[in-house]
Design a protein around this ligand. Structure first.
Ligand code: DGL
Length: 279
């Protein structure tokens, strides 16, 4: 067991890049009192097309970096990491740390919310190839609502559009329209489209443009934030292990200035202090 003196710390929020900022923003709206450390592995994003083994290793390195900085609780604000690494980390790697450390993902809270959202019980999933191939959404749905039929479509270009600042460009329209049309052609009864990648809310304007009226778009931030509120209410020890200075620190594995500039656009507020780290 790796023992650390610190038994309290910030809440860690991890994503392969900028996408997790959409989750962080919502979490901080619901739980502004806590301290946070956001880590974006921008140097190695996107994770979506990578193998299970690579995603697991990268995610574990990120989680350990956050634990080493005092975090007791880490949210994988990334569907790809939640799909491919969360279970193994929870079952195998957490034992190395003291009992207080926990890692949570974003897929379960999203699936939980779907039961009361879809009326037709036909749901479409837009996600990275990694998340689609993992069948994690289907597995969670089988456990909770086996009357919901899921049609999944991988959107390999979408994360790159965000990471490379092309989210607003005319070229983005082609890729976004194409994938939305594909899912609705595969199952015309879909009344709910899940944006199963935390990068996708950053493309919301164009996604909305190509989504027919009557089809509801589900982005995850609000559901993940509400689920965290409930989790902390249920787990007093974790609640007291999370420090409450209301601060947020930003870490990236790429250039700190680039991160600060781009994150400012996504968070609608300026980020001053960003630290570049190696994983
Ligand atoms: N934000 C990540 C997700 O939710 C993007 C993964 C990637 O880097 O491809 O899946």
């Amino acid at each position: 067991m790796i023992s650390h003196d610190k038994q309290t710390g910030s809440i860690g929020v991890f994503d392969s890049g900028y996408g997790g900022l959409t989750i962080l923003r919502q979490i901080r709206q619901y739980l502004p009192q806590y301290d946070y450390i956001y880590l974006g592995d921008n140097a190695r994003a996107p994770y979506g097309p990578r193998s299970f083994e690579v995603i697991y290793n990268y995610t574990l390195q990120a989680v350990e970096a956050l634990f080493e900085r005092g975090c007791q609780l880490v949210i994988l604000a990334c569907n790809t990491a939640s799909a491919k690494a969360l279970r193994t980390i929870q079952e195998r790697d957490l034992q190395k740390w003291n009992d207080g450390h926990r890692v949570l993902g974003v897929i379960r809270p999203t699936v939980e919310a779907l039961g009361s959202i879809t009326r037709s019980r036909h749901v479409g999933l837009l996600a990275t190839p990694g998340t689609v191939d993992s069948h994690s959404y289907e597995l969670e749905l089988q456990k909770l609502y086996n009357d919901i039929r899921l049609t999944s479509v991988a959107c390999p270009m979408w994360v790159a559009l965000v990471e490379y600042g092309e989210f607003d460009s005319p070229g983005a329209d082609y890729f976004i329209k194409k994938r939305i049309e594909t899912v609705l052609r595969k199952d015309p009864a879909v009344d709910t489209l899940v944006l199963g990648c935390t990068h996708f809310p950053l493309l919301m304007e164009k996604i909305t443009k190509y989504t027919p009226a009557g089809v509801r778009l589900v982005s995850q931030g609000e559901y993940v934030a509400r689920s965290l509120v409930a989790y902390l209410e249920r787990h007093e020890a974790m609640r007291t292990a999370c420090t409450t200075g209301g601060t947020c620190q930003y870490l990236t594995t790429e250039n700190a200035d680039t991160f600060a500039r781009t994150a400012t656009i996504f968070l609608h507020k300026s980020i001053r202090k960003v630290e570049k780290i190696e994983l």
